[in-house]
Design a protein around this ligand. Structure first.
Ligand code: AN7
Length: 398
């Protein structure tokens, strides 16, 4: 196991404490000895145990099992959506409902690994910047591990459910004037100065290792096959890469035969990666003042942009942006046709799928999985606004 820079290819000891390449500043990735894993799995496979993050222990870079910090994350349902399928015109459509994780988002998959890593390193404090879900999840796992937790949030821009979680789990919450990108710059500086505070934003490649399990679970839940397309909302752009990496590793060890096309969706007002993909560029221009109702993905300068571009390109996928109106419509559609309640960032996947299906970029006979990253109750204020508005328009009394 080693750390590798995705830009210059230099390799580093897996025990290194830096978050980015000390030579060129590029993003780092944890690479595993996949041949060794293949051999190990050869005899026993992955077994009949139901999916959850730690079922895929062989693919996780943790050395001391006694340090594992878990709240039972992963094992989220892959829900077949026939009524939504009909509406959109896709024959086989599933929603991977990450809202059913312990703190209500996919971030828990990363934090179980990231906070375990923090214990292995022997730090006393962990920190992150967040649009909300990362802070909620880190606060919970830090509490469970007995670590101090600092979260830096963009003031007035974090959904209520997420803020409540960070507070009740006992994190020290700092609200800054400015957006997520500025909050992340501030917390990075803090962690680089103070070696005793461990940064658990998605710059941290260990955290992303846990998020690979979304890909593992989708493949397992489909009977060890992969869908044609996996649709993922992009904010700081780490999750689409992590899911891709999961599929890539499963293929490399012979568990599955293919990697699905990765489809990344951003909100129109915060879509630097979609623009880069559409123009065929390898680099992207940050959006200075990102704006969208989907506050989770209100990010203008995604630090993992280069990883997202690689995941999309290497898998032959695509990217699309959606308006706030399209997000709200999709959120209600998913809730009303399937009983699946998601926050706006997650609904962006359904909105994007609708658009791509209408244009024929996703075919009727494609098998599609939308990753619904966060629970409806994360953002009750948004939900009540859009639900109440539609009721009043229907002429009903709220
Ligand atoms: C529900 O919590 O960035 O593209 O600080 O909460 O991996 O960033 C949240 C991101 C999608 C985007 N859906 O994932 C944070 C944060 C939901 C999210 C994303 C987020 P990435």
């Amino acid at each position: 196991m080693w750390l590798e820079c995705i830009e210059c290819g230099r390799k580093f000891d897996v025990g290194s404490r830096f978050y980015t390449c000390p030579e060129c500043g590029g993003l780092l990735e944890v690479e595993l000895d996949l041949e060794a894993i293949k051999k190990k799995l050869g005899d026993r496979g992955l077994g009949p145990e139901p999916p959850r993050v730690w079922k895929y222990r062989d693919f996780l870079p943790i050395f001391d099992d006694s340090k594992i910090v878990s709240l039972g994350e992963g094992g989220t349902p892959l829900i077949r959506c026939d009524r939504l399928s009909k509406e959109i015109g896709i024959e086989e459509l599933y929603v991977k409902f990450e809202g059913s994780n312990p703190t209500g988002s996919f971030k828990d998959r990363g934090m179980t690994v990231g906070v375990t890593r923090a214990l292995e390193l022997g730090v006393r404090s962990v920190a992150c910047a967040s649009t909300g879900n990362t802070s909620a999840s880190l606060a919970a796992y830090a509490a469970r591990a007995g670590l101090r937790c600092v979260v830096v949030l963009p003031k007035g821009k974090v959904a209520l459910g997420k803020l409540v979680q960070a507070l009740i789990y006992g994190a020290k919450v700092l609200a800054i004037e400015g957006n997520f990108d500025e909050a992340l710059a501030a917390v990075r500086q803090l962690c680089e100065k103070r070696g005793d505070i461990y940064l658990l934003n998605s710059l941290n490649p260990f955290r992303l290792q846990g998020q690979k399990s979304i890909g593992f679970e989708i493949a397992e839940q489909l009977g060890w096959r992969v869908p044609d397309k996996v649709v993922v909302p992009m904010g700081n752009c780490a999750n689409i890469w992590a899911i891709y990496k999961g599929f890539f590793e499963f293929k490399a060890v012979g568990v599955t035969k293919e990697v699905p096309e990765m489809v990344g969706i951003q909100a129109k007002g915060a879509s630097p990666i979609v623009k880069a993909i559409k123009r065929g560029l390898d680099t992207f221009e940050p959006v200075e003042k990102p704006e969208t109702i989907a506050t989770a993905i209100r990010i203008g300068n995604p630090v993992n942009g280069p990883k997202a571009i690689r995941a999309i390109r290497s898998s032959g996928g695509t990217a699309e942006s959606v308006s706030d109106a399209e997000i709200i419509k999709a959120q209600k559609l998913l809730a009303r046709l399937e009983g699946i309640g998601v926050e706006p960032a997650s609904a962006a996947t359904v909105a994007g799928l609708k658009k791509l299906a209408r244009r024929g970029e996703i075919a009727r006979d494609d098998c599609v999985v939308c990753v619904a990253t966060g629970h409806l109750l994360k953002d009750p204020e948004e939900a009540i606004k859009v639900a109440a508005a539609s009721r009043l328009m229907d002429g009903e009394v709220f």
